[in-house]
Design a binder for this molecule. Structure first.
Ligand code: ZN
Length: 216
């Protein structure tokens, strides 16, 4: 009589321990599968319409947009047509949320005081903004730490940094890109294409910024 008790209690004990493990496994698997499905769905969703991007420089200023062999198709380097490039305000092309604000590669040592200092690698100080609808812009070679931080919402025309020559940059300028999904695309400003579509040759176009405060 008494020997049966420990046996049956052990059996009950074992089954009590197993059931939660199965439930835990099933729940975990479902959550992981759901998360993967959500990520895939978000990544595959079609891009939204092109935002009305503006030049990433001050309202009314004319800048030279250029590229050169070995740059990369669609990449644009901006140089002011008047005055020094060093320290000029870099503005958000369109409203969005900052997804990167930091250092790409290495900074090097090119400053206004020492413009021929050691060249860095990559983008130097840079900012990336997510504009929604899978559209992004990025801004490279900034002079110093960006004026914005990751997660921050920015308005169109808001200053995000200053023009510099950090990273792999020969002279102070702003390297700028527009991306749709994972792809770089031809940059558009104020609704018109820039015409910078290949890097087979060195060429420039001049554009005047319409990145003006609302209502002006
Ligand atoms: Zn560039």
């Amino acid at each position: 009589m008494t020997t049966g008790h420990p046996y049956s209690s052990r059996t009950r004990h074992r089954s009590r321990r197993r059931r939660p493990l199965w439930i835990l496994l099933a729940v975990t698997t479902s959550v992981v599968l759901l998360a993967v499905a959500v990520v895939v769905a978000l990544a595959l969703r079609p891009p939204g319409p092109r935002p009305l991007f503006q030049l990433p420089v001050a309202c009314g200023e004319t800048w030279q947009l250029g590229t050169y062999p070995g740059h990369d198709d669609y990449d644009v380097d901006l140089f002011p047509t008047e005055g020094e490039a060093w320290g000029r305000p870099v503005l958000a092309s369109y409203a969005g949320r900052v997804t990167v604000a930091g250092i790409n590669g290495s900074l090097g040592g090119r400053t206004p005081e020492n413009p021929d200092g050691p060249r860095g690698r990559g983008g130097g100080y840079w900012v990336k903004i997510d504009h929604g609808g899978r559209w992004e812009t990025q801004y490279l070679h900034l002079l110093e730490e960006p004026l914005v931080r990751v997660g921050q919402r920015v308005a169109q025309g808001q200053q995000i940094g200053r023009v510099g020559s950090t990273g792999n940059s020969g002279a102070p300028h702003l390297h700028y890109e527009q991306r749709r999904g994972w792809q770089k695309v031809e940059t558009y400003f104020d609704g018109a294409p820039s015409g910078i579509t290949h890097d087979d040759a060195e060429y420039t176009v001049a554009r005047t910024s319409q990145n003006c405060p609302a209502g002006s």
